[in-house]
Design a protein around this ligand. Structure first.
Ligand code: NDP
Length: 292
């Protein structure tokens, strides 16, 4: 069994990104990333802090906008408009989930698609579906494909089952796996909460991508001998033996399936580090394209 090391692959992506940043610096360009946080959800705050820290580490121009929980839709749209117009900013993201008074879909549509480094704008969703490489692809599924490529896992002609159909992970993941070329050309099935006999569906798969949001949900019964498993899930479960009182587990019961797998990503240390590395890479791509 190969344990796919997301920390090592993320470090490689960051190194490539550093080289691209140095090339831009020679032209007097510093990629700028703006992360907007509305409200004080602790998990969102932690994500924003780590994105800001990584951007700063790479020498990006990093702007963190923290808005109060009672920010109105109009106020948030005004912040997005300001960032769209700011030439020092190449990537914009609004941390999800926003408070209930905010219409998230409208906010995503307001972001200039050329600065939409999360790849959530309808223009970028369409470009992914159309296999147009000028769009931005959501960072987590992009990171999963990179992990498969780096681990030398053939996807062409193989059966992949994606469990989850969210716009952030499941759907773009399926589109990437069925895309023509390296890391694609798979025969893809998408499963979700209405799928009948999920275990029978996932047992057919050479490659299982789990993006469900339920701790240790896929067990030995779901995975066939020799399958490759990419576990996107990040779930907190109580664990009084740890200093924080909780620990992170994936959507796959790692201990139950690892011995059956040809390769598997751990949680933490698998997909998680890739997401942030791909975000930095997307931000540098935005700076390159806006200055082409
Ligand atoms: P969503 O809640 O948006 O989507 C979950 C999907 O799982 C839905 O499509 C849902 O089906 C499906 N599902 C739920 N229950 C079942 C079930 N019993 N059987 C089959 N399918 C089921 O979650 P996300 O896609 O945003 O995230 C998924 C996981 O990935 C979470 O643990 C999240 O924390 C993690 N994540 C990790 C990231 C990383 O960087 N590693 C980044 C983003 C997310 P239906 O559509 O029918 O409701």
């Amino acid at each position: 069994m190969v344990r796919i090391d997301g920390i090592a692959v993320a470090a490689k992506v960051m190194e490539e990104t550093r080289i691209r940043i140095a090339a831009l610096a020679k032209r007097g360009i510093t990629p700028g990333l703006a992360v907007v946080l509305v409200g004080d959800d602790p998990a969102s705050r932690a994500y924003v802090r780590s994105k800001d820290r990584k951007a700063a580490e790479l020498g990006l121009h990093s702007v963190k906008k923290e808005l109060s929980a009672d920010t109105t839709q109009a106020e948030l749209l005004a912040v997005v408009a300001e960032l769209n117009a700011d030439p020092s900013i190449h990537g914009i993201l609004v941390q999800s989930p926003p408070p209930p008074q905010i219409d998230e879909a409208e906010i995503v549509k307001a972001i200039d698609p050329r600065k939409d480094v999360d790849g959530f704008h309808p223009v970028n969703v369409a470009k992914l579906a159309m296999e147009d490489p000028t769009g931005f692809v959501p960072c987590t599924p992009l990171g999963c494909i990179r992990l498969l490529i780096e681990a030398g896992i053939e996807t062409a002609g193989r059966k992949a089952v994606v469990v989850g159909r969210s716009m952030i992970v499941g759907k773009p993941m399926a589109l990437l796996l069925m895309k023509r070329g390296l890391g694609g050309d798979a025969t893809v099935t998408v499963a979700h909460s209405r799928t009948r006999d999920l275990a029978a569906v996932t047992r057919e798969a050479d490659i299982v991508i789990a993006a469900i949001g339920r701790p240790n949900f896929l067990g030995a019964d779901h995975i066939r001998e020799g399958a490759v498993v990419i576990d996107v899930g990040i779930n907190r479960i109580e664990d009084p033996s740890t200093p924080k009182g909780y620990r992170l587990v994936g959507d796959v019961d790692y201990d139950a399936v690892a011995d059956k797998c040809a390769a598997i990503t751990p949680v933490p240390g698998g997909v998680g580090p890739m997401t942030i590395a791909m975000l930095m890479s997307n931000c540098v791509s935005a700076a390159e394209r806006l200055n082409a």
